[in-house]
Design a protein around this ligand. Structure first.
Ligand SMILES: [Zn+2]
Ligand SMILES: [Zn+2]
Length: 277
């Protein structure tokens, strides 16, 4: 069996667009050697309790987290909020609003796809999501099942790509609002996979002012040169280098659990930012 590294700070379950239940995800990560795992489902903390329950007998520590996708001129700026509290009712209210927006967006994309001749149904998309926060991955799965795309990943490049006629942009937070939301609720925000951000060097100092604490330097798709660049940016801006697999359990999206090396001191550094906020 291939072994992973002990820390993974970016994983997705069925509560958003991953393929495994939180408990299955935690057991699989533990099998791979992961000892500290952040469950970072999009716009939800609803899987955290199940993950913690499953992690207990395995001696694994779960860091509650959520990944907030944002909408702005800076492209795909995703913010990981670590150490947020699943019992924080005010935060849950904000996250529920984001999930409802996700639902409306997916509904509109289903309508557009149907108008374009793709015979997929909202019912099937909801079945695929199994109650999780809806997103394009669920549409990709529905299109793939019906044979409209040769692979799940292909759907993102073609039928539901950003420049496709079926695409509907999301209504949501700006990157600054995402960072502020994490901070307001006691979380420690880190910028996820910075390679997807447009004009990163322009955005980063602005996010730091808003309260950004980390930047995801260690990521499966990063080249050694890009990792080194992110580490330089982290040093320049006083950010904690974070990392994770972005495992979804579906096709090639993300690396395997624990497949990305993250320095062991990362957790303490993140916790210290939590205390000194
Ligand atoms: Zn992301
Ligand atoms: Zn992710």
């Amino acid at each position: 069996m291939s072994r992973g590294y002990p820390i993974d700070l970016h994983t997705h379950s069925l509560r958003s667009d991953g393929a495994l239940s939180p408990a299955e995800l935690v057991r699989r990560a533990a099998d791979r050697g992961v000892r500290v795992q952040a469950l970072s489902d999009h716009d939800t903390l609803l899987g955290v309790a199940e993950a913690i329950e499953a992690a207990k007998p395995l001696g694994v520590r779960i860091v509650p987290a959520t990944e907030l996708n944002t909408e702005s001129e800076w492209g795909d700026a995703h913010v990981l909020a670590y150490f947020v509290d699943p019992a924080d009712a005010a935060l849950e209210e904000r996250l529920r609003w984001l999930r409802e927006n996700r639902g409306r967006r997916v509904e509109r994309m289903v309508e557009k796809l149907r108008d374009l001749g793709y015979a997929i149904t909202l019912e099937r998309v909801l079945e695929i999501a199994q109650g999780g926060a809806l997103g394009r991955p669920h549409l990709a799965q529905a299109l793939f099942e019906k044979g409209y795309v040769p692979s799940y990943d292909d759907a993102f490049r073609t039928v539901i790509a950003k420049d496709s006629p079926a695409y509907v942009s999301r209504v949501g937070l700006t990157p600054f609002e995402a960072v502020a939301l994490a901070r307001t609720h006691g979380g420690v925000p880190s910028l996820a996979h910075p390679g997807t951000v447009e004009r990163l060097e322009e955005l980063l100092p602005k996010l730091v002012v808003a309260g950004l604490a980390g930047i995801e330097c260690f990521y499966g798709e990063h080249s050694p040169a890009w990792t080194a660049h992110c580490l330089t940016l982290a040093r320049q801006h006083g950010l904690i280098p974070t990392g994770g697999s972005d495992y979804h359990g579906r096709s090639e999206h993300g690396a395997d659990l624990g497949a990305v090396f993250i320095p062991p001191e990362t957790i303490d550094l993140l916790e210290a930012r939590r205390a000194s906020r």
